[in-house]
Design a protein around this ligand. Structure first.
Ligand SMILES: Nc1ncnc2c1ncn2[C@@H]1O[C@H](COP(=O)(O)OP(=O)(O)OP(=O)(O)O)[C@@H](O)[C@H]1O
Ligand SMILES: O=P(O)(O)OC[C@H]1O[C@H](OP(=O)(O)OP(=O)(O)O)[C@H](O)[C@@H]1O
Ligand SMILES: [Mg+2]
Length: 285
């Protein structure tokens, strides 16, 4: 049987959401992470628990067929690796930051600066495109402390809420890239395993679509049905069913959560009442 081997972060920010995604895709993983390898009992798949930073090399060598990994890690050390799917979690950016008190008018101010980072290739490429050369100090963690201890004039690291920068008296001055977790594929994957991976991807897509969509139901006076339908493009078109009370209908449709908040006021203005919003488990188009 062509089991696909998929790398998942052993521990850290991607671990739980990665396993949750596989679980929501109906894939049960039998043993815990104490074992570095786990097998699914109901899908031809093995999970290898690895360090995020080591995964690009495993993909390149074909030791694993696919991986759930931060896009930023691929930019840093795996530009040759294919991204099959953006997964919508672990959203962050990789940014340059300087002390709050520093004068900063543009990236050229970093010419000759000492920059502490765990992402040297990303910084070097970014700066060289701007014609700037800096002195990079590669450190593996607690990067934000570097300016405070006199190790660097600036840093490049991951920013999400910005609270780590804030606590360390730093300000974000350049966003170099935006990242989220992705499904990455080995360039060495065999055609048989590719077929299995496509089945996994089909399931993942159904889960992701469902996560960003809502099933909504509401009661609408018949005189306003046309106006309300125009506000709500459904998968094909909304379902309209008569209510027991004359002159009213129940309208059902699927909508992105974002669109729901955009149109809620107009729905109410058009007489919609009893609006219910329900999560969707899976969504296949
Ligand atoms: N604060 C954050 N908010 C959102 N996503 C983040 C944040 N920090 C990191 N990430 C994303 O999660 C990934 C994993 O981060 P984490 O800190 O768990 O591991 P790591 O130290 O980069 O990797 P390793 O598994 O090699 O130890 C990062 O590559 C990035 O894509
Ligand atoms: O903008 P924020 O929301 O504060 O997030 C950014 C911080 O999160 C990450 O660190 P993490 O907590 O993963 O610790 P690590 O350095 O040990 O990986 C990253 O390296 C930043 O330090
Ligand atoms: Mg981290």
């Amino acid at each position: 049987m062509n089991r696909i081997r998929i790398a998942v972060q052993k521990s850290g920010r991607l671990h739980d959401d990665s396993l949750k995604l596989l679980k929501d895709a109906g894939i049960s993983i039998d043993n815990g992470r104490e074992q570095l390898k786990a097998t699914s009992g109901n899908f031809p798949l093995e999970v290898f628990y690895l360090r995020n930073g080591d995964i690009p090399q495993y993909l390149r060598d074909g030791v694993v067929d696919a991986a759930i990994i931060g896009e930023n890690v691929l930019v840093e050390k795996g530009e040759d690796i294919i991204v099959a799917e953006k997964l919508g979690f672990s959203k962050c950016r990789v940014s340059l930051a300087v002390p709050k008190s520093a004068k900063y008018s543009g990236v050229e101010d970093l010419q000759g600066a000492r920059i502490a980072t765990s992402y040297p290739n990303t910084v070097r490429d970014y700066l060289s495109k701007k014609g700037v050369t800096a002195d990079l100090h590669i450190i593996n963690g607690s990067v934000e402390i570097a300016p405070n201890i006199g190790l660097a004039d600036a840093i490049c690291d991951i920013v999400s809420s910005g609270s780590t920068l804030f606590k360390n008296n730093l300000k974000e001055v350049e966003v170099m890239l935006k990242s989220e977790a992705v499904l990455a594929v080995s360039p060495e994957i065999s055609s048989e395993r590719k077929e299995v991976l496509e089945k996994l991807q089909f399931r993942i897509k159904a889960v992701l679509r469902a996560r960003s969509s809502k099933y909504i139901l509401m009661n609408v006076p018949n005189s306003k049905l046309d106006a309300v339908v125009k506000l709500l493009p459904g998968m094909r078109s909304p379902t309209v069913l008569p209510l027991a009370e004359e002159g009213w209908s129940s309208l059902h449709t699927v909508i992105s959560e974002e669109r729901f908040w955009e149109v809620i006021d107009e729905l109410k203005q058009n007489g919609a009442e009893g609006i219910l919003v329900a999560p969707i488990e899976k969504m296949v188009l």
